[in-house]
Write a protein that binds this ligand. Structure first.
Ligand SMILES: [Zn+2]
Length: 350
Protein backbone atom coordinates (compact mmCIF):
# COMPACT_ATOMS: atom_id res chain seq x y z
CA UNK A 1 0.00 0.00 0.00
CA UNK A 2 0.94 3.66 -0.50
CA UNK A 3 3.25 5.33 2.02
CA UNK A 4 2.68 8.81 3.38
CA UNK A 5 5.21 11.16 4.98
CA UNK A 6 4.77 11.84 8.72
CA UNK A 7 3.33 15.28 7.85
CA UNK A 8 0.83 13.71 5.46
CA UNK A 9 -0.16 11.19 8.13
CA UNK A 10 -0.87 14.06 10.51
CA UNK A 11 -2.88 15.85 7.83
CA UNK A 12 -4.91 12.70 7.14
CA UNK A 13 -5.78 12.35 10.82
CA UNK A 14 -6.76 16.01 11.10
CA UNK A 15 -8.92 16.04 7.94
CA UNK A 16 -10.66 12.77 8.75
CA UNK A 17 -11.28 13.73 12.37
CA UNK A 18 -12.74 17.13 11.52
CA UNK A 19 -15.00 15.90 8.67
CA UNK A 20 -18.56 14.67 8.92
CA UNK A 21 -17.99 11.28 7.31
CA UNK A 22 -21.03 9.77 5.59
CA UNK A 23 -21.48 6.21 4.33
CA UNK A 24 -24.59 5.95 2.15
CA UNK A 25 -25.05 2.16 2.07
CA UNK A 26 -24.69 -0.89 4.27
CA UNK A 27 -26.61 -4.12 4.86
CA UNK A 28 -25.73 -4.35 8.55
CA UNK A 29 -29.26 -4.84 9.91
CA UNK A 30 -29.82 -7.82 7.62
CA UNK A 31 -26.44 -9.19 8.68
CA UNK A 32 -27.32 -8.79 12.36
CA UNK A 33 -30.66 -10.50 12.36
CA UNK A 34 -29.70 -13.26 9.92
CA UNK A 35 -33.30 -14.40 9.70
CA UNK A 36 -33.32 -17.43 7.44
CA UNK A 37 -34.46 -15.78 4.25
CA UNK A 38 -36.19 -18.65 2.54
CA UNK A 39 -37.29 -20.98 5.31
CA UNK A 40 -41.00 -21.70 5.45
CA UNK A 41 -42.82 -18.63 4.27
CA UNK A 42 -39.54 -16.75 4.41
CA UNK A 43 -40.40 -14.54 7.36
CA UNK A 44 -39.11 -16.62 10.27
CA UNK A 45 -36.47 -15.31 12.64
CA UNK A 46 -33.49 -16.72 14.48
CA UNK A 47 -31.77 -15.19 17.49
CA UNK A 48 -29.59 -12.32 16.26
CA UNK A 49 -26.09 -13.31 15.15
CA UNK A 50 -24.55 -10.24 16.80
CA UNK A 51 -25.62 -6.82 18.02
CA UNK A 52 -24.83 -3.32 16.85
CA UNK A 53 -23.57 -2.30 20.29
CA UNK A 54 -20.84 -4.89 20.74
CA UNK A 55 -17.63 -5.20 18.79
CA UNK A 56 -17.75 -8.38 16.76
CA UNK A 57 -15.26 -10.46 14.76
CA UNK A 58 -18.21 -11.23 12.52
CA UNK A 59 -19.53 -8.84 9.90
CA UNK A 60 -18.07 -5.46 9.04
CA UNK A 61 -20.00 -2.76 10.91
CA UNK A 62 -20.89 -2.26 14.58
CA UNK A 63 -20.90 0.81 16.83
CA UNK A 64 -17.37 0.36 18.29
CA UNK A 65 -15.95 -0.14 14.81
CA UNK A 66 -17.91 2.83 13.37
CA UNK A 67 -16.35 5.01 16.10
CA UNK A 68 -12.88 3.65 15.35
CA UNK A 69 -13.37 4.37 11.64
CA UNK A 70 -14.42 7.95 12.35
CA UNK A 71 -17.71 7.53 10.45
CA UNK A 72 -20.47 9.89 11.58
CA UNK A 73 -23.56 9.18 9.52
CA UNK A 74 -24.69 5.94 7.90
CA UNK A 75 -27.65 4.97 5.76
CA UNK A 76 -28.83 1.59 7.03
CA UNK A 77 -30.51 -0.31 4.21
CA UNK A 78 -33.51 -2.58 4.73
CA UNK A 79 -33.28 -5.14 1.93
CA UNK A 80 -36.20 -7.48 1.29
CA UNK A 81 -35.70 -10.35 -1.14
CA UNK A 82 -38.52 -10.79 -3.67
CA UNK A 83 -38.57 -14.44 -2.60
CA UNK A 84 -40.26 -13.48 0.66
CA UNK A 85 -43.95 -14.20 0.55
CA UNK A 86 -44.71 -11.43 3.06
CA UNK A 87 -42.51 -8.66 1.71
CA UNK A 88 -44.06 -5.85 3.73
CA UNK A 89 -43.93 -7.99 6.88
CA UNK A 90 -40.25 -8.66 6.22
CA UNK A 91 -39.65 -4.89 6.00
CA UNK A 92 -41.33 -4.47 9.38
CA UNK A 93 -39.05 -7.15 10.87
CA UNK A 94 -36.00 -5.25 9.63
CA UNK A 95 -37.33 -1.92 10.89
CA UNK A 96 -38.08 -3.54 14.25
CA UNK A 97 -34.51 -4.85 14.46
CA UNK A 98 -33.15 -1.41 13.53
CA UNK A 99 -35.24 0.50 16.08
CA UNK A 100 -34.54 -2.13 18.78
CA UNK A 101 -30.77 -1.70 18.24
CA UNK A 102 -31.11 2.09 18.50
CA UNK A 103 -33.16 1.83 21.68
CA UNK A 104 -30.44 -0.41 23.17
CA UNK A 105 -27.71 2.14 22.39
CA UNK A 106 -29.14 5.59 23.09
CA UNK A 107 -25.79 7.03 24.18
CA UNK A 108 -23.97 6.22 20.97
CA UNK A 109 -26.39 6.21 18.03
CA UNK A 110 -29.49 8.21 17.11
CA UNK A 111 -32.12 8.08 14.39
CA UNK A 112 -31.81 11.03 12.01
CA UNK A 113 -34.58 11.94 9.57
CA UNK A 114 -33.19 15.20 8.22
CA UNK A 115 -30.03 17.27 7.92
CA UNK A 116 -30.44 19.10 11.23
CA UNK A 117 -30.91 15.85 13.13
CA UNK A 118 -27.74 14.46 11.53
CA UNK A 119 -25.75 17.51 12.60
CA UNK A 120 -27.29 17.45 16.10
CA UNK A 121 -26.31 13.79 16.52
CA UNK A 122 -22.76 14.47 15.36
CA UNK A 123 -22.46 17.42 17.76
CA UNK A 124 -23.65 15.14 20.58
CA UNK A 125 -20.88 12.70 19.53
CA UNK A 126 -23.45 10.14 18.42
CA UNK A 127 -23.66 8.21 15.19
CA UNK A 128 -26.45 9.52 12.94
CA UNK A 129 -28.47 6.61 11.54
CA UNK A 130 -30.68 7.20 8.51
CA UNK A 131 -33.10 4.49 7.36
CA UNK A 132 -33.12 3.41 3.73
CA UNK A 133 -35.03 0.70 1.89
CA UNK A 134 -33.05 -1.17 -0.76
CA UNK A 135 -35.42 -2.19 -3.54
CA UNK A 136 -39.10 -1.26 -3.84
CA UNK A 137 -40.20 -4.88 -3.27
CA UNK A 138 -41.68 -4.36 0.23
CA UNK A 139 -44.04 -1.68 -1.06
CA UNK A 140 -45.89 -4.49 -2.86
CA UNK A 141 -47.09 -1.97 -5.42
CA UNK A 142 -48.89 0.18 -2.85
CA UNK A 143 -48.10 3.90 -2.61
CA UNK A 144 -49.62 3.98 0.88
CA UNK A 145 -46.86 1.59 2.00
CA UNK A 146 -44.29 4.20 0.90
CA UNK A 147 -46.01 6.86 2.96
CA UNK A 148 -46.18 4.54 5.99
CA UNK A 149 -42.48 3.70 5.58
CA UNK A 150 -41.80 7.44 5.64
CA UNK A 151 -43.84 7.78 8.84
CA UNK A 152 -41.73 4.96 10.36
CA UNK A 153 -38.61 7.00 9.67
CA UNK A 154 -37.50 5.79 6.23
CA UNK A 155 -35.85 8.58 4.21
CA UNK A 156 -34.29 6.84 1.21
CA UNK A 157 -35.44 4.24 -1.29
CA UNK A 158 -33.31 2.39 -3.81
CA UNK A 159 -35.97 1.94 -6.48
CA UNK A 160 -34.96 -1.60 -7.50
CA UNK A 161 -32.53 -4.32 -6.50
CA UNK A 162 -31.06 -6.66 -9.16
CA UNK A 163 -34.34 -8.06 -10.56
CA UNK A 164 -37.38 -6.33 -12.01
CA UNK A 165 -39.99 -5.23 -9.47
CA UNK A 166 -43.24 -3.22 -9.46
CA UNK A 167 -41.27 -0.01 -10.06
CA UNK A 168 -39.03 -0.99 -12.95
CA UNK A 169 -36.08 -3.09 -14.12
CA UNK A 170 -33.01 -3.68 -11.99
CA UNK A 171 -29.74 -3.64 -13.92
CA UNK A 172 -29.53 -7.39 -13.40
CA UNK A 173 -32.76 -7.96 -15.36
CA UNK A 174 -32.54 -5.13 -17.84
CA UNK A 175 -35.10 -5.56 -20.62
CA UNK A 176 -34.69 -1.91 -21.64
CA UNK A 177 -37.96 -1.07 -19.89
CA UNK A 178 -38.91 2.35 -18.64
CA UNK A 179 -40.06 2.94 -15.07
CA UNK A 180 -43.56 1.54 -14.59
CA UNK A 181 -46.51 3.81 -13.87
CA UNK A 182 -46.09 2.83 -10.22
CA UNK A 183 -42.38 3.63 -10.37
CA UNK A 184 -43.19 7.10 -11.71
CA UNK A 185 -45.77 7.59 -8.97
CA UNK A 186 -43.22 6.57 -6.32
CA UNK A 187 -40.62 9.10 -7.56
CA UNK A 188 -43.25 11.86 -7.52
CA UNK A 189 -44.42 10.94 -4.03
CA UNK A 190 -40.82 10.73 -2.76
CA UNK A 191 -40.20 14.26 -4.08
CA UNK A 192 -43.38 15.46 -2.33
CA UNK A 193 -42.50 13.77 0.98
CA UNK A 194 -38.83 14.76 0.88
CA UNK A 195 -37.12 11.39 0.43
CA UNK A 196 -33.83 10.49 -1.22
CA UNK A 197 -34.33 8.78 -4.56
CA UNK A 198 -31.51 6.24 -5.04
CA UNK A 199 -30.76 5.04 -8.59
CA UNK A 200 -28.14 2.42 -7.68
CA UNK A 201 -29.26 -0.96 -9.10
CA UNK A 202 -31.69 0.62 -11.60
CA UNK A 203 -31.44 -0.18 -15.31
CA UNK A 204 -30.20 2.57 -17.60
CA UNK A 205 -33.56 3.39 -19.24
CA UNK A 206 -35.11 3.76 -15.80
CA UNK A 207 -32.19 5.94 -14.75
CA UNK A 208 -32.91 8.40 -17.56
CA UNK A 209 -36.61 8.39 -16.61
CA UNK A 210 -35.63 9.41 -13.06
CA UNK A 211 -33.33 12.14 -14.37
CA UNK A 212 -36.30 13.58 -16.27
CA UNK A 213 -38.91 13.04 -13.55
CA UNK A 214 -37.26 13.91 -10.25
CA UNK A 215 -37.49 17.52 -9.10
CA UNK A 216 -34.79 16.88 -6.51
CA UNK A 217 -31.13 15.86 -6.79
CA UNK A 218 -30.73 12.09 -6.83
CA UNK A 219 -28.19 9.76 -5.20
CA UNK A 220 -26.40 6.68 -6.36
CA UNK A 221 -25.78 5.21 -2.90
CA UNK A 222 -23.41 2.44 -4.00
CA UNK A 223 -22.22 2.45 -7.62
CA UNK A 224 -18.88 2.61 -9.43
CA UNK A 225 -17.57 3.63 -12.86
CA UNK A 226 -18.43 1.49 -15.87
CA UNK A 227 -15.49 2.97 -17.79
CA UNK A 228 -13.17 1.14 -15.37
CA UNK A 229 -15.22 -2.00 -14.66
CA UNK A 230 -17.89 -3.20 -17.05
CA UNK A 231 -20.30 -4.68 -14.47
CA UNK A 232 -23.95 -3.87 -15.25
CA UNK A 233 -24.30 -2.30 -11.77
CA UNK A 234 -21.88 0.49 -12.65
CA UNK A 235 -22.66 3.91 -14.17
CA UNK A 236 -21.54 5.13 -17.59
CA UNK A 237 -19.72 8.45 -17.90
CA UNK A 238 -22.92 10.01 -19.30
CA UNK A 239 -24.92 8.79 -16.30
CA UNK A 240 -22.33 10.18 -13.85
CA UNK A 241 -22.43 13.55 -15.62
CA UNK A 242 -26.24 13.65 -15.62
CA UNK A 243 -26.39 12.78 -11.92
CA UNK A 244 -23.96 15.64 -11.20
CA UNK A 245 -25.81 18.13 -13.42
CA UNK A 246 -28.90 17.45 -11.34
CA UNK A 247 -26.92 18.22 -8.18
CA UNK A 248 -26.69 14.60 -7.04
CA UNK A 249 -23.87 12.47 -5.66
CA UNK A 250 -22.35 9.23 -6.86
CA UNK A 251 -21.23 7.24 -3.82
CA UNK A 252 -18.50 4.74 -4.62
CA UNK A 253 -18.90 1.24 -3.20
CA UNK A 254 -16.25 -1.11 -1.82
CA UNK A 255 -17.65 -3.98 -3.89
CA UNK A 256 -14.67 -5.72 -5.45
CA UNK A 257 -16.83 -7.00 -8.31
CA UNK A 258 -17.74 -3.42 -9.28
CA UNK A 259 -14.14 -2.20 -9.04
CA UNK A 260 -12.20 -4.62 -11.24
CA UNK A 261 -13.27 -6.70 -14.21
CA UNK A 262 -13.11 -10.44 -13.70
CA UNK A 263 -13.70 -10.32 -9.93
CA UNK A 264 -16.59 -12.48 -8.79
CA UNK A 265 -18.89 -11.97 -5.82
CA UNK A 266 -18.14 -14.38 -3.02
CA UNK A 267 -14.94 -15.49 -4.72
CA UNK A 268 -12.28 -14.78 -2.09
CA UNK A 269 -9.40 -15.58 -4.43
CA UNK A 270 -10.35 -12.99 -7.05
CA UNK A 271 -11.34 -10.40 -4.41
CA UNK A 272 -7.70 -10.50 -3.22
CA UNK A 273 -6.71 -8.89 -6.52
CA UNK A 274 -8.45 -5.60 -5.60
CA UNK A 275 -6.63 -2.86 -3.67
CA UNK A 276 -7.45 0.61 -2.32
CA UNK A 277 -5.45 1.94 -5.28
CA UNK A 278 -8.06 0.38 -7.59
CA UNK A 279 -10.84 2.08 -5.60
CA UNK A 280 -8.93 5.38 -5.85
CA UNK A 281 -8.83 4.95 -9.63
CA UNK A 282 -12.67 5.01 -9.62
CA UNK A 283 -12.59 8.14 -7.47
CA UNK A 284 -10.11 9.84 -9.80
CA UNK A 285 -12.19 8.88 -12.83
CA UNK A 286 -15.46 10.24 -11.39
CA UNK A 287 -13.76 13.42 -10.17
CA UNK A 288 -12.19 13.82 -13.60
CA UNK A 289 -15.69 13.78 -15.10
CA UNK A 290 -17.66 15.92 -12.65
CA UNK A 291 -15.26 17.48 -10.15
CA UNK A 292 -15.21 16.99 -6.39
CA UNK A 293 -18.77 18.18 -5.63
CA UNK A 294 -20.58 15.04 -6.76
CA UNK A 295 -18.67 12.05 -5.39
CA UNK A 296 -19.01 10.32 -2.01
CA UNK A 297 -18.70 7.00 -0.14
CA UNK A 298 -21.24 4.15 -0.18
CA UNK A 299 -19.41 1.13 1.21
CA UNK A 300 -22.02 -1.66 0.93
CA UNK A 301 -20.24 -3.30 3.86
CA UNK A 302 -22.11 -6.24 5.40
CA UNK A 303 -23.60 -6.64 1.92
CA UNK A 304 -20.97 -8.97 0.53
CA UNK A 305 -18.54 -6.16 -0.26
CA UNK A 306 -15.10 -5.03 0.84
CA UNK A 307 -11.68 -6.42 -0.06
CA UNK A 308 -8.33 -6.85 1.72
CA UNK A 309 -7.34 -3.43 3.06
CA UNK A 310 -10.93 -2.14 2.98
CA UNK A 311 -12.76 -4.96 4.68
CA UNK A 312 -14.57 -3.24 7.52
CA UNK A 313 -15.68 0.18 8.70
CA UNK A 314 -12.50 0.76 10.73
CA UNK A 315 -10.61 1.17 7.43
CA UNK A 316 -12.34 4.42 6.35
CA UNK A 317 -9.31 6.53 7.46
CA UNK A 318 -7.26 4.73 4.80
CA UNK A 319 -9.53 6.29 2.14
CA UNK A 320 -8.56 9.71 3.48
CA UNK A 321 -4.89 8.69 3.50
CA UNK A 322 -5.33 7.46 -0.08
CA UNK A 323 -6.85 10.74 -1.20
CA UNK A 324 -3.93 12.65 0.33
CA UNK A 325 -1.55 10.27 -1.43
CA UNK A 326 -3.31 11.04 -4.72
CA UNK A 327 -2.94 14.78 -4.16
CA UNK A 328 -6.45 15.84 -3.16
CA UNK A 329 -6.77 19.11 -1.24
CA UNK A 330 -8.19 19.00 2.28
CA UNK A 331 -11.40 20.85 1.36
CA UNK A 332 -12.05 18.43 -1.50
CA UNK A 333 -11.46 15.42 0.75
CA UNK A 334 -14.02 16.79 3.21
CA UNK A 335 -16.59 17.06 0.42
CA UNK A 336 -15.99 13.51 -0.72
CA UNK A 337 -16.01 12.14 2.84
CA UNK A 338 -19.47 13.54 3.49
CA UNK A 339 -20.15 17.20 2.75
CA UNK A 340 -21.50 16.42 -0.73
CA UNK A 341 -24.08 13.99 0.62
CA UNK A 342 -24.96 16.40 3.43
CA UNK A 343 -25.66 19.07 0.80
CA UNK A 344 -28.19 16.75 -0.87
CA UNK A 345 -29.69 15.71 2.50
CA UNK A 346 -30.18 19.37 3.39
CA UNK A 347 -31.87 20.08 0.08
CA UNK A 348 -34.12 17.01 -0.06
CA UNK A 349 -35.00 15.90 3.48
CA UNK A 350 -37.55 18.00 5.33
ZN1 LIG B 1 -27.09 -3.17 -3.36
Amino acid sequence: MFKLTPEQEERAKAVHGSSVVVDTHNDTILHLIRAPPFVGDGTGTLPPRRTLGERSQDGQIDIPRIKEGGVDCLLFAMYVSPLHRGRLRRLLQLLDAFHTELEANPETIALATNHDEIIAAVKAKKIAAVIAIEGGEPLEGDIGALRMAYRLGVRSLTLTHFPRNELGDGSGADSGSHLSEFGREVVGEMNRLGMLVDISHLNETGFWDVMELSEDPVLATHSNCKALCGHHRNLTDDQIKALAEKGGVMNLSFCAGFIKDGVGFGDPESIKKVTIEDWLDHLDHAVGLVGTDHVGLGSDLDGGCGFPGLDDVTKFPDLTRGMIYRGYADHDIKKILGANDLRVFKRVLK
